[in-house]
Structures are given as C-alpha cells and as structure tokens.
Write a protein that binds this ligand. Structure first.
Ligand SMILES: NC(=O)c1ccc[n+]([C@@H]2O[C@H](COP(=O)([O-])OP(=O)(O)OC[C@H]3O[C@@H](n4cnc5c(N)ncnc54)[C@H](O)[C@@H]3O)[C@@H](O)[C@H]2O)c1
Length: 337
C-alpha cells in the first residue's frame, strides 16, 4: 500500500483489457495503476493515456523490478499467461489472469502450486460468478433452502471457429465454454462426483466439438445440466436481444426458481406465487450502466482488490480453476460419441 492506495500493474493493453479491466480498476479510488506493459508501444501509449497510467514498459520483468506492484493483472492470450504469471508469482505478487488460464490443465496446476508456495492471492477471470443479478438471485434461492438443481446454457451461433480457438491451440469448450462449466460448478457448490455427456460436431467438417450437453452430479447432492453450443440460435432468443450470445442459468431450491440472463431479463418465482421479473442490466446494486457493471467485471475486480486488502482467498482462485478445467476434461472423457 503506497499513499493509502494499493499499487497494481497491468501486463497487456489489448482489446479485453481496455474493454473490461482498465475501466473498473482505474475507477477505484483506493487503487493506483502505477504502470502497464505491452510489447506493442502504440497500444501501451494509447492505453496509458486513456486510463491515466503514468509509466509504460515493453519488458515486463523490468516493469515489475522498477515499479514493485503488490498485484499484477495479466490480460494476455493463454499462450503467454504461464510465463508471465509464474514469474510474478515467483516474486510473491498477487496475480489476476484471464480465462482460459493457460494452454492446458497442467499449466494452471503448476501456477496454483506456485501461488500456494509464495502465499500469493490469485483470481481467474470467471466474471459470470460476479454478475449482480446472479449473486443476488442465487442468495435468495439459498435463503429458502438448499439449491438442488442448476442448469447453465451458453448458446451461440457461428461458423467462424478461427477467431475463438486460439488458432487451434484450444478446443471450443475450453477456450470459450469454460465460463459455462465454471458457472455450473460455482452454482452447484460441491465437488464433482459423476459426469455423463454428449459431445458432438455438427454441420461443420473437422474436429471442432460445437455442441455439448452434460449432466453432472455433485458431492452435496446437487445435479447440474450444461448445454454449450455454437450452432444454436443463441443471439435472438428473446425480443430486443442485442447480445452476441445467450448465457442463461436456472437455479432451483426448495419450491423456488431463479433464472438469470445477465444480458436481458432475470426472474424469480417461489411456490405458486407471482413471478418477479428484473432488467438484469440495472439489477440491484449494479455500480454503473456500462457492460462491465452488469456483466460482472466491475464486481470481479473489486472482489480481487478487497481480497488482497483483507488477505482473503478469492473464490475463483487458481486452485479452483483447476477443478473447472478438470470438469471440462471429464465431460470429454465421459462422452459416448
Ligand atoms: N472473460 C471473458 O469473457 C473474455 C472475453 C474475451 C477475451 N478474454 C480473454 O482475454 C485475454 C486477452 O484477449 P485480447 O482479445 O485482449 O487479446 P489481445 O491480443 O488483444 O491482447 C493481448 C495483449 O497482450 C500483449 N502481450 C502478450 N504477451 C506479452 C508480454 N510478454 N509482454 C507484454 N505484452 C504482452 C500483446 O501485445 C497484446 O497487446 C485472452 O486470454 C482471452 O481469452 C476473456
């Protein structure tokens, strides 16, 4: 903590960082983004000017030595994440990384180990856990009695697989569908006990699994169902939808059901009563009117900072992300197709 502010640095001045991470972090009065680093000097300079960051670097090691931040936001592509995160963890820094957290489950296992050894606090960018409508309605179902079943559907429509598979380094479910798998695990709350699935490639040639359904049983008795698809009509399932995909969770407790769609409407109904309907974009205490607020990025960044200030482990830490990746692997292994 310098001058009462938590000193952080960023590695990465690309699209996702400028879109979803610099906006919330630069708005926090108790945080100082002391420096950023990007190979690309133009991106580094433009980003620094836009978000008021005083120093830019092209060499991340040089930045970390000179600036000595408590925490580092590493917003790079998964092929770059392991090297950067392991270096920062080796120096005992707290580390935030984007999903997918590397190129394979072993990378995040090793990073989780480094975090434990160095007593670093860590977070993977599973912002769906922090969607204001999701946290508020899940809490209302929890209040009524334990959650017994959950469903997560992440439905999209595309034939452009080059854009989102890391040029072939990662499969679709891992690179993109990991949010849905993580959300299912987080909503269910237990450890995975049993998985059955159907993983399929339809309408396109080549080895790209683009339609996945799974049923998962958890140690606490919760049953989860997942549908992740790139070949559905996911962009326009409700009137007025503008989002490029459809991400919907159903959360069922004792005679109570919540549905959450962060981009559109969320609902809750108990017993045979009236259904309450909410505009998810202005839900509850959402702290602003930009997508980073209603999509969970603002709350995610705030939680990471608060965890560091209070020496608490974030729920979506590296060790927890290992479990999400392992569930993806189990979904593939259990498919009969
Ligand atoms: N959470 C979400 O919903 C979500 C959505 C989109 C993207 N993402 C993730 O965000 C990450 C970044 O995606 P993007 O589209 O912003 O990528 P990008 O290519 O636009 O940005 C990455 C930046 O990192 C820089 N970089 C990489 N290695 C570096 C190094 N060693 N030193 C300095 N700079 C380095 C690159 O120059 C580039 O500017 C990806 O992992 C992607 O999967 C997550």
């Amino acid at each position: 903590m310098d001058n009462g502010k938590l000193k952080v640095a960023f590695i990465g001045a690309g699209k996702q960082a400028n879109w979803r991470h610099y906006p919330p972090v630069s708005s926090f009065p108790d945080v100082e983004i002391a420096a950023l680093c990007d190979f690309n000097t133009d991106k580094a300079t433009e980003t620094a000017q836009k978000w008021g960051v005083p120093r830019t670097y092209q060499d991340y090691k040089h930045m970390l030595e000179e600036v000595d931040p408590k925490a580092v936001f590493i917003i790079t592509n998964p092929k770059d994440t392991f090297e950067l995160a392991s270096y920062a963890l080796g120096q005992g820094r707290h580390v935030f990384i984007e999903k997918p957290p590397g190129l394979n489950v072993n990378q995040i296992r090793v990073l989780a180990h480094y975090a434990e050894v160095n007593k670093s606090l860590t977070m993977v960018g599973f912002q769906r856990r922090f969607v204001p409508a999701m946290t508020a309605l899940k809490a209302r179902v929890d209040q009524r009695g334990p959650i017994h079943s959950v469903m997560v559907a992440n439905l999209k429509s595309t034939s452009d697989f080059s854009r989102i598979t890391g040029n072939g380094a990662l499969d679709q479910l891992t690179s993109d569908g990991m949010h849905a798998v993580d959300n299912l695990r987080w909503l269910a709350g237990g450890d995975v006990e049993w998985v059955t699935s159907h993983v399929d490639t339809i309408y396109i040639p080549g080895p790209v699994a683009n339609n996945v359904m799974a049923q998962v049983e958890f140690s606490n008795g919760v049953v989860g169902q997942l549908h992740y698809s790139m070949v559905t009509g996911g962009a326009s399932l409700q009137p007025g939808a503008t989002a490029a995909g459809y991400f919907r969770a159903e959360i069922h407790g004792k005679n109570i059901t919540a549905t959450v769609d962060a981009d559109r409407l969320s609902t809750i109904v108990a017993d045979s009563g009236e259904q309450e309907v909410f505009d998810s974009k202005v839900f509850g205490e959402a702290a602003g009117s930009e997508p980073e607020h209603w999509l969970g990025f603002w709350h995610q960044a705030r939680e990471f900072i608060d965890c560091i200030k209070e020496s608490r482990e974030p729920s979506s830490n590296f060790a927890d992300a290992v479990k999400t990746w392992e569930l993806i692997n189990q979904i593939y292994e259990s498919s009969a197709v």
